[in-house]
Design a protein around this ligand. Sequence first.
Ligand code: ATR
Length: 308
Amino acid sequence: MKEFYTLADLKKWKTTAPDIAPAIRLGIFGDPVAHSLSPQIQNAALQACGLDLQYAPFQIHADELGTALRLLPGLGFVGVNLTVPHKVAAAGLVDELDPAAKQAGAINTIRVEGGKLLGFNTDGSGFARAIRQEFSVDLRDLRVLLLGAGGGAGRAIARQCAVEGCERLVLVNRTFEKAEQLADELRSSFQEARVLGPVARLEAVEWTEAALRFQIANIDLLINATSLGMRRSDPPVLADSLLAPHLMVYDTIYTPARTILMHAAVEAGARAANGLSMLLHQGALSFETWFDRDAPLEAMRKALKLPL
Ligand code: ATR
């Protein structure tokens, strides 16, 4: 096994692959890809199910994606995951898209079937399952505030909140126009009236302390989908004084495991979770897409060293 494979390896796969056992029939395409935890969780799942296959990382540049994908059916691949920067481009390169993927305009999972590439997006439904697991509540019962609504993860989460019909959704983004545009896209899902007090069911708000303070009094779940918190030098996503005991706080960041935001949330008496559960559940849903069977969640969770 190499640290990662490349398009050059795929092109001569019939000479590269025979030496590798178990056979590589699944993988993740990304650039960079070496840091990905997906091989860890998917290989644990394959082993737990007694499937004699292997999942490997592939470093594929943006301009190589089409060529790499087209090689998969001929090489007997079951499927692949897509990560940065491929999710949007891949949606335009596959033969068919499932409805969630079509709506998202981005995919993170491909299944190879009868020589065709079928595209799926498990990010949103993985997020919904993660919230249920972490806080024992359904998204549809929650009033949600999403920081970082303009990024890839933020858009997938916002769309899922709309699909599940959450009580209320507040979109916040450094570049305000992106939050506004997303609110416009999702408006039709929030027509039905709910009893919410003096606030709208769906709105994009400016990222100011005053606006956040008002909104946080009227939400249950606060999500960080910005990239803030990955580096030790990052400033806090929001002022500690905005965090309150009634909140559930979900940070899509998971390195460090107890993120800066989680720490501040727990100090404020709130409940908090990191993004590993989202990674776990989107991976489990990919596995289910490939093999039409339940994913061995406990084995996958163990591979991520999450508490059982
Ligand atoms: P993607 O997920 O599409 O790769 P990204 O560049 O990683 O995008 O950014 C993810 C999110 O983090 C975006 O919502 C981004 O805000 P902008 O749309 O304004 O770029 C947000 N983000 C990144 N750095 C940030 C910062 N320093 N402060 C606030 N938000 C930030």
